[in-house]
Design a protein around this ligand. Sequence first.
Ligand code: ZN
Length: 390
Amino acid sequence: MKRTFLAAGRFLAVITCLLILGAVAPATAAKAPPEIGETEKKIGADAAAEAAKEYKLSDNANDLKRIREIGNKLAAVANKTEIKAVYGSSIITPFEYTFNIIEDKDVNAFCVPGGHIYVYRGLLDFVESDDELALVMAHEVTHASHHHMMYLLQRQAAFEKGEAIALLATIMSGAKSSDVYNIQRGIELIKIARLNGYGMQAERDSDAGAIHYALEAGYNPVGLLTFMERLARRPELVDLGIFRSHPIDAERVASAKALLTELNIPINRRATTKAIMAEVKVEKVDGADVPGVVLSDKLIYRPAATDSQTAQKLATDAAARINKALDAGLKMHELKTDENAGVVAARGTALINITEADAKLLSSTVPQATQAAATVIREVLLMQMVNTVH
Ligand SMILES: [Zn+2]
């Protein structure tokens, strides 16, 4: 009994390593491993039972609701939509997907065969939108739906004269004592696979699957790009979960970007991140409520009411025009100013029109107020540009 437990625990380590490392053999035209289907579901269920013992699973109802709503949509798509596999097999084996949260600060996620997906607390804290979360989860769903682990074992079996299949047999039979040797061999095999650098093909296959599944499930696949780009800018996370286990290199980011372009998906990074937005904030000035447009925590425009429009309306309209321009991918050189006329314009449209009365409300002059507003917008554009460099 104790040995079985040990074996199962090691098995879990094997599975998690495999999928976390994305250690998968090259895209050869290998025939589907016979273990796809029932065997896969069985070992997945065993591993999931082990995960429940091994990890502190969250019971936070709100967070579970969030990931299960996203996960169930993705699972429904994965169970009926065949996405071409560049590694593994696209043969649909409907799984009863499960989604859980591990209470751990690592930015990580993994899956075990049969569609049991685990999302770490650190990942929930790191993502900036449901779209980003959905894409990371869809990446894991693809590792499961494309049977990556089973292919890895088959590949290793070919290399190692059946040792990996022996590992499977061991797990299925409940692991007799003599078979612990095989399990340890299994761990060795994974190391070999990892050192041989098989991981990136599996990662790219999961990225492509994620984009297709997420799109079909109603999420913005640009979330994959923004997630990878932001993670790549956090070198301190290199030693932690997802970066190490699903390594991100420039080529992988480029592949994801190329697929988005091929699918005609506009790459608006602001839509899937906590983008800087122009907002209208009301402040008390000399006892009166005065609305102003704030961008990046800086007041850039405080309109005075006119005969035809209230200050509130002028501010709301200006904020909307600025956000529309930013969302449309405004470039630095497209931002123009006419300081004497008090105009900040983008692509031929005035974003802000500062009058003498407006400038007075800011205790400034028209040229100064115009220049100051344009500077803040430029700073935001610069920041966005820097954030896409990796
Ligand atoms: Zn992966």
